[in-house]
Design a binder for this molecule. Structure first.
Ligand code: GLY
Length: 345
């Protein structure tokens, strides 16, 4: 049963068989040049309509638009897709609203441990970091790993030693102690003591920010950043710094950034599976993402979403949770953002 189909400025909202997602219509401009494009997400989860006040919604949307504008400004001035996704993510990391950078959730020990990754679709070069505690912008560190080291992933103290060699900005740990996250942490500790955990509480544990971009050279890039899973312990690391799970970019197929319950995204190599379906099975990005999110992830019991962008500028944003903070800015159109599952942008 098809519940409804609506056109948006740059895309088509599809709500069919319980699937929720935004898909782009034909993307190429009349001169066949793929359009400059940036997509961002700010996490998927239990954000059913009415959860946030109008004021909160405005604040989330303003931050998403600022991230899209920052990424797009890079592309418009001839910058690369890698520079664009980094610029977009920095805005989201600096915002206290999202679970990444400043707004990171707390670990079981009351700390913040940050993960990030970035990938260049032109070269398949990539960088990732996990478990850093004092680097202001983890995405900058991931990019430095990609461009200034011969390795792919650094963790913990080693990653921070490397950050010092790159003269990246460090902040005191209290920079990450935002009041609303601290309150969430205390509430969760109290609920844990009472052995109470609702489905909504489970879904709220995972937040992430991400960006994908297509530049004037036709190159794709993807980046993702997170505070990980609320109440995580024992150095737990999720999908975000795992290349092929939380992040993937290849000019031959697509660029993907994921958000959701990281363990499932790792098991299913969600980002790479979407790109592999595009590359080997010849699917379009929407069909590939629908299969992975609404069939494979759903059947496995995981939840979350992805933003996906192809080298021709076609894109899709798919999620099987109640909502996903998300947005797109493409060619000469203005930024479009949405939060809930109704897809209104
Ligand atoms: N997707 C974020 C995490 O599971 O860490």
């Amino acid at each position: 049963m098809v519940a409804g189909i609506k056109r948006c400025v740059t895309g088509i909202l599809v709500v069919a068989f319980g699937l929720i997602g935004i898909e782009s219509a034909a993307a190429q401009s009349s001169d066949n040049v793929p359009p400059l494009t940036v997509l961002v997400h700010g996490g998927a989860g239990a954000m059913e309509e009415g959860r946030y006040t109008p004021e909160e919604e405005r604040a989330f949307k303003a931050a998403l638009v600022a991230a899209l504008d920052a990424g797009y400004a890079v592309l418009e001035t001839g910058g690369s897709a890698v520079e664009a996704v980094e610029a977009a993510i920095i805005i989201l990391e600096d915002s206290p609203l999202f679970n990444a950078g400043r707004g990171a959730v707390f670990t079981r020990d009351g700390d913040n441990e940050l993960d990030a990754s970035i990938m260049d679709g032109a070269t398949l070069n990539t960088g990732a970091i996990a478990g850093v505690t004092r680097v202001k912008n983890p995405v900058k560190l991931a990019r430095a790993v990609m461009e200034k080291s011969e390795h792919v992933m650094f963790i913990g103290d080693g990653a921070e030693k490397f950050a010092k060699t790159q003269e990246l900005e460090f902040v005191p740990r209290k920079y990450f102690k935002t009041e609303h996250r601290w309150q969430q942490f205390k509430d969760r500790l109290a609920a844990e003591k009472k052995s109470k955990q609702t489905q909504r509480a489970r879904e709220e544990k995972y937040g992430t920010v991400g960006a994908v971009a297509l530049d004037a050279e036709g190159n794709l890039a993807a980046a993702t950043s997170t505070g990980g899973m609320m109440m995580k312990r024992y150095g737990r690391v999720g999908d975000v710094p795992i290349i092929g799970a939380g992040t993937y970019a290849d000019n031959a197929s697509c660029a993907v950034s994921s958000t959701g319950w990281g363990e499932y995204f790792i098991r299913l190599t969600v980002a790479r599976d979407i790109c592999a379906q595009v590359e080997y099975a010849g699917k379009d990005v929407a069909a590939a993402a629908r299969d992975v999110i609404h069939n494979r992830l759903q059947s496995a019991g995981g939840n979350g979403g992805v933003i996906v962008l192809g080298p021709d500028g076609t894109f899709t944003m798919q999620f099987n949770s109640k909502g996903m903070f998300r947005g797109v800015k493409q060619a000469d159109s203005s930024a479009e953002v949405a939060i809930y599952g109704d897809g209104a942008m």
